[in-house]
Each structure stands twice: as C-alpha cells, then as structure tokens.
Design a protein around this ligand. Structure first.
Ligand SMILES: [Zn+2]
Length: 223
C-alpha cells in the first residue's frame, strides 16, 4: 500500500488513441457505442454481435451487417463508420442506436430470401427501416426525425431504395407503433413484420417505378 494506489492503470497506446478518437471525432464513447448496440439487440431479443468493428477511419468503410451463416447469430459482424453516419445526421447515442436497430433488423431477417428489386435487397432495406421506425415509436425516441432527414436525402442504388421510400417506411413504422401504443396491446416482431408486408404491397407501384428508373440509369452508365 502506498502513494501510488490512486493512479489508474495505464491504458495501452492503442486503447488510448481509440478512446481519444471516439470522443473528439465522433462524440460517442466506446461505452456509449456498446450500450447503443446492446439496446438495439434487446429490442429484437438477439445476442450482442460476435464482432463489432469501427471503420470510421477507413476510406470505404461502411455501416453494415455481415454474416456467412444465415441460420445463426453466432457469426454476425457489425461494422460502423461514424463519419459516414455524421453525414446522415447521426451524431447522438440515440440516433446511432436507431441505425444499429436497422442493422439488427438485417440480422433477424438474414435467413429470409426477399423478392423484389435486386435480389430482394431493397425489400430487406425497407423492412429494416420499418423496424427501426417501430422501435423509435414504441420507445419514444425523437432522434428518429434526424435519421429520417438524413436517409431521406439519399439517392438510391442497386442495394438501397431511394431516400423518400426509406423515409416512408420509417414513418410507417412510427405510425404502426403509435397505433399499438394507443391500443396498449402486446406486440411481437412477427406482428410488426406482418404490418411491414402489408405496407410493401401498398407501396409496390412506387417501388417498381424506381426499380425501372435505377435500372435504366445503370444501363446508360454502362454504355
Ligand atoms: Zn441496411
């Protein structure tokens, strides 16, 4: 026992730089990031991913979910890029947790083969967006408005539908959540997915139109 007892253990250089980086550049601490991911997992009742990787300082690093075995949560990896997310108005713990809810939506849907544009990729995105809106509505997370604003501006691609569609599905999630709260009835993820399926049918004419438009655009770029 002595005068050195009050000194905290030294962080490793790697840990120190990571901590500094997370606070100064991205505004969230490592613990806040963990909490945000954890609460997103809890919403679906699924385990914390086996691997979470910060790609914020990688030029082409993207926020995404990757898995090899679609029947298991045991090899799920979450990647995030805070710089990319900042451009989408995601800068707070709540907004980050909402984006992680979108990614965890992909996790619970990983074994489902969706139909629709680009091997069902768009349908998977809209489902994940819808579920994110549901969580925001059920648990009163006002930061969803920033997420809607950010994602709503995106242009759309082969893998992702246009921003207005994404915003539409998030808002529909909020609406369904509000109905559930008004009726104060218990709800399962399956109930939410059924509601999603109905809305997808309603929106199909718009989705189909966009699919053609993006397909033609890509064709023109190829020539
Ligand atoms: Zn996605």
């Amino acid at each position: 026992m002595g005068e050195y007892d009050n000194f905290l253990p030294r962080p490793t250089m790697e840990g120190f730089l990571r901590g500094v980086d997370l606070r100064s550049l991205k505004g969230l601490t490592e613990q806040e990031i963990k909490d945000a991911i954890n609460s997103a997992c809890e919403f679906f009742g699924i385990p914390y991913p086996v691997f979470v990787q910060d790609l914020s300082n990688f030029k082409f690093g993207s926020t995404m979910f990757v898995s090899i075995d679609p029947t298991s949560y045991g090899d799920d990896i979450l990647y995030y890029n805070m710089n990319e997310l900042a451009q989408l108005h995601v800068g707070t713990k709540e907004a980050f947790s909402l984006i992680m809810t979108h990614e965890c939506g992909h996790r619970i849907l990983q074994s489902i083969r969706f139909e629709g544009p680009y091997n069902g990729s768009w349908q998977g995105e809209l489902a994940a967006d819808f579920l994110m809106g549901c969580r925001a509505g059920l648990f009163n997370m006002p930061q969803i408005s920033n997420v809607i604003e950010g994602l709503g501006k995106t242009q759309g691609s082969k893998s992702h539908p246009k921003g207005y569609l994404r915003a539409n599905f998030i808002k529909h999630g909020l609406l369904i959540a509000q109905q559930i709260r008004n009726e104060s009835r218990p709800v399962s993820i399956q109930d939410l997915l059924n509601e999603y399926g109905k809305h997808y049918q309603e929106m199909w004419p718009y989705i189909k139109k966009d699919e053609k438009e993006i397909y033609n655009l890509l064709e023109r770029m190829r020539r």
